[in-house]
Design a protein around this ligand. Sequence first.
Ligand code: ADP
Ligand code: MG
Length: 758
Amino acid sequence: MTPLEALKRYFGYDSFRPGQADIVDALLAGQDVLAVMPTGAGKSLCYQIPALLLPGVTLVVSPLISLMQDQVKALSTAGVPAAFINSTLTDRQIALALQRAAEGSYKIIYVAPERLETAVFRDFAAGAEISMVTVDEAHCISQWGQDFRPSYVKILDFVAGLPRRPILSAFTATATREVQEDIRCTLRLQNPKLLATGFDRPNLFFAVEHTRHKDDYVIQYLREHPGESGIIYCATRKNVDKLQQLLAQYGFAVTSYHAGLPAETRRKNQNDFIYDAAPVIVATNAFGMGIDKSNVRFVLHYNMPQSMENYYQEAGRAGRDGLPSQCVLLYSAQDVVINKFLLDRKDFAECEPEDAELLHQRDLQRLQTMERYCQTTDCLRNTILTYFGEHPTAPCGSCGNCSGDYEEADLTAEAKWIINCVAELRGRYGKAVVLGTLQGANRARLRELGADRMKSYGKLKGTPRETLDRLLAQLLNDGYLLQTKDQYAVLHLGDITPLQQGAQVLVKLPPRHEPEHTPAPKPKRSSMMDALTGAGLELFAQLRQLRFDIAQREGLPPYIIFGDKSLADMCLRAPQTQQDMLSIYGMGERKYEKYAAPFFAAISAYCAEHPGVALSLPSAQEQPAAPAEKPTKSGKAPKVDFYLTAEDAKEFNYQDSYSGAELKAALVEAASTPNVKAPTIKAIEEWLYHERLISMERFPKKGFYYVPTPAGVDAGLRSVDRVTASGMPYSVLDYTPDAQRLIVEHFIKMKPEENSST
Ligand code: ADP
Ligand code: MG
C-alpha cells in the first residue's frame, strides 16, 4: 500500500496537504523529522500514515489525556488498531493493553510522558518492535515555551534505553527559533528533515469589531449562526459566568469553562461541548489545550487577549476541518485598561527584580501589538503573518478589513458638531434625537423639543447615517461622549474635554469609490457550503441531526463519525452508488461499512420527498460572467433583493398604523421594478434590530418577540399587546408613519448600483 492509498482507504482523503507528503516520505525512508505546522494543518496524519506502513508499532507521546482519547477514537472508527496508556486506566487495564500490544495488536499507541518511566512500560518496550517514536506538541519539551512539561525531557532517556533506536519525529505549532532549536537538541534528532509550513490558515476569516455592546453582538451572532459550534473567550472568570448566564437566559445551548469550576464540572462541560450537547462554550484561556474538535465554526473573543501568540493559538481552534470559519475579536477601549490592570497585578515574585522588569516590559509590548491589531485598517491576516515573521505581499481580500474596504476619514469637524449637539440638548436625549437633529429630520418629536431651533439642527444633513453611526461609536469609545446604561441610553458629554485645537478624530469607513492602486486581493475562497441551496442546507441540517443521533448511541463525538465537510459533500453530490459514496470527502472504507447506510437512506428519502430539487448551484466564482438578464433554470430572469426607487417611494401608501405584514404588502404595492424578491418581515426586523431600534424580549419557554427600544419609539415604532393561545402576554410591532418612512428610505438605499451597460 502506498501512502496515498492508505490516506484514501483509512481516512477517505484524496490528496495530501502541503508538507504532509514530504514528511511521510522522509519518515518512511527512516529519517528523523521536526515539523512546525499551524493548528489544523494536519500533523496527526503525518505520523499516522507512516505508522500504518512501517513494521511494528509507533509510540506517540502526547501531553494531554483528552487529546489521546480523541485520537484513538478517531483511529478506531477509521479502522486503524490503536490504544492509549495513561492515568485514566487501572493497572490491570494497562497490563492488558500492553499484553495485546506485545502480541502486535496495535499499530499506534498513545502514551503520556510520565508512563515512559514506569517499569511495566519499560519491560514492554524492551521486547516490542518499536519502529518510531513520535513526540506530539513537542514544544512542551522547551523551557522557552509557555507549556513546558518536565516529564517531556525524559523522553530521551527512554529512547536511549531501547534495544534499537527508532525513527524520531517531533511536531509542534509553535514557531520561535529558540523552541525549535530546543526540541532538536533535547531529543537529539539525527540529521532531521526540518519542515515549517506557512502560518496562514486560509479558511479562517479574521475580523475585529469595535463595539461597546458586546453582549448584544454575541446574542445577534449566535442567532445568525444557529446550531454551529463555537468558543467564546473572555478575559476573566467573572465575565465567563456572566456571559454564559446571559446566553442561557436567551435560550442558547451554552456551557462554560474556567479554572474556578470544580474539576468534575469542567470535565462535564468540556464533554458537552465536544459531543455537541452544548455546541457553544464560554471560557477563559484555560480552555482549549488538547481540544481537537474539528467542527468549531467560530471563535469569538469577548475581550482582547494579551498577546498575538495567545490570540492566534485560541482563534486557531476554529476550522480544523478546513471549512470556512470565523474569528472575531470584539474590541473596546476598556479592554486595554483591563489588560493593563491584569498585567500590573501579575506576580513576578520568583524572578530577579531586573528580570521582572524586563518581563513586564515584554508583556506591555505584546499588549501593544494586540492593540495595533485591533486598530489597524490594514489586512488583518497579513498583520498576523507579519508578526510571525512571514512576508505576505498582497492583502488577503477575505478578512474583515479587506472585505470591509476601510478608508480612514478625518471626521473632526463632524465630531465637533455631534459634541455641540449633545451639549445643546443638555445630555437629556438618546442617539435617535441627537442624530435626527444633526440630520435636520422633519419630525414632530424634534419640533416638540425645540431641536429644530438649535444651532446644530441640520448641520450634518449631507453626512450618511452609517458614517454618523461609526463616528458616534468612536466618540463613545474614545470617551468624548458617554451613554447611560439604563434603558434610555441617554448621551452626555464625557470626562474628556471637547476636542482641543489640533486633535483629530479618524474613523474607519468603507470607501465611497474604488481604491486606486492597491494590489489585487487574492480571490475569495469559496466553500462547499456556499454552493448549497436552501434545500441543500436543509438536507445538511438533517444529516447533522442524524450524525448527532448516531454519535449519541455510540458515545462518540459527532465529528469523529463524519466531519462537517463530509456532510456538505454528501449534500453537494447526493451519492447514489457505493462508488459515489466512497468518493465523498473523508469517507474511508471502514466508515463506509459502518456508517454510510443511514446517510444513503436519509439522502434518498430527502430527494424522493423533494423531486427535482436542486441541492447545489455552481458557486459564483465558477459561474461564467453572465449578463444580468441571463434566465435561470425556471426560465425567469433572476431576482434581485427588494428595493424602491425614489419614484416608487412617492407611491407608498402611508397609513396611521401598519402591522409588519401590512407594511410588507404596502412595500410590494409601491415597487414598480419587476424581478425584485418580495421583502420579508424578518429582514425588516433584522435591519431594525441591527439599527438598535428594536430589541428582543424572550418568551418564558422558547422564542423571541421584538419591542421597540427608546430610540425605536423616537423613530415611530410602537408595540401592540397580544396574548398567546396559552395565555402568555407578548407584543407585536406596529409601524406609525414615521417608522414607515424610515423603512421606505431604507429600501431606497438598497437600490443596486446602476450597471454601466444599461
Ligand atoms: P493539527 O494536529 O496539525 O492541529 P490535525 O492533525 O488534528 O491537525 O488535523 C486537522 C484536521 O485536518 C483533521 O480533521 C484531519 O482529519 C484533517 N486533515 C488532515 N490531513 C488532511 C488531508 N490530507 N486532507 C483532508 N483533511 C485532512
Ligand atoms: Mg495535533
